[in-house]
Design a protein around this ligand. Structure first.
Ligand code: ZN
Length: 270
């Protein structure tokens, strides 16, 4: 398969140089995964299985209390929904250089200032996007093969996350390939590629119909509230791309959380 990345942005240069800012704290062979944690990871360490798995997140640290006691946790199953008038989500995303960090629990692609989501005149700045395998939200009880979260913050620091279910099909997603080819695979590894341009707009499905509900972060400290927009239509990618995502992030889906009477709205384009 031809590699489109090295062509793009490199045509003027005699040789394409790739800058890798790698903070390979884990490379010392200490065997400790904690040593590889990124600075903004809250300690102690948590995981997706066993004694530090999702059922125990709330006990691991006082700061994680909401994981156990919160009544508006995510992800949820989307089944009984209330149809309301469609309000368009306006994605004002710009092209950016690929910059990503592997925090052990997942890979985060960082977004510089300049990309935003507009909803009814309110602007939410895109901070990062990340990948989950398998998908987290349920669609009438069925989760997708993967899920992408586009994480935004408003001026007050409030979270707005757009979730995109991802399913394996015939077509390869070109931008996703570009990202996957350069994802940091080791915990603690951070990369920045001057020559690799990406635009997260291409990670959205064609139909921007969505579900809306109030939930939480899906990782400790499980902060509430988070305004969730979950896309109805899945992004189609190739089976290889799902595999590659799984290699980078492992299994990192939190189980479905109780709805506790929360309303879930469906905003479908007519
Ligand atoms: Zn996520």
């Amino acid at each position: 398969m031809a590699d489109p990345i090295l062509r793009d942005g490199c045509s003027q240069a005699p040789r394409c140089s790739v800058v890798v800012l790698a903070a390979l704290v884990a490379a010392m062979g200490s065997g400790s995964s904690v040593a590889a944690a990124a600075p903004d990871d809250s300690s102690p360490d948590w995981s997706y299985a066993g004694e530090s798995g999702p059922a125990h997140w709330g006990e691991l640290a006082a700061a994680n209390e909401t994981c156990a006691k919160g009544l508006s946790q995510s992800p949820i199953n989307l089944s009984q929904t209330q149809p309301v008038v469609f309000t368009p989500l306006s994605f004002q995303y710009r092209s950016q250089r690929l910059e990503a960090v592997n925090r052990g629990h997942g890979v985060h692609v960082l977004s510089p200032p300049g990309s935003a989501l507009l909803v009814r005149g309110d602007a939410y700045d895109l901070e990062e996007f990340n990948f989950h395998v398998p998908g987290e939200h349920g669609f009438n009880g069925v989760t997708a093969e993967a899920e992408i979260h586009l994480v935004h913050r408003d001026r007050q620091g409030g979270y707005v996350i757009v979730a995109v279910p991802v399913r394996a099909g015939e077509r390869e997603n070109r931008i996703l390939s570009r990202i996957l080819d350069y994802l940091p695979m080791r915990s603690g590894e951070q990369v920045r590629y001057r020559q690799v341009g990406i635009n997260p707009i291409f990670l959205l499905p064609n139909d921007h119909s969505y579900f809306r509900y109030e939930g939480s972060l899906v990782t400790p400290p499980c902060t509430e509230p988070v305004l969730w927009f979950v896309m109805r239509e899945a992004l189609e990618v190739s089976p290889w791309q799902i595999q590659r995502m799984a290699q980078a992030v492992g299994t990192n889906a939190r189980p479905l959380q109780p709805l506790n009477g929360r309303p879930v709205f469906s905003l479908f384009r007519q």
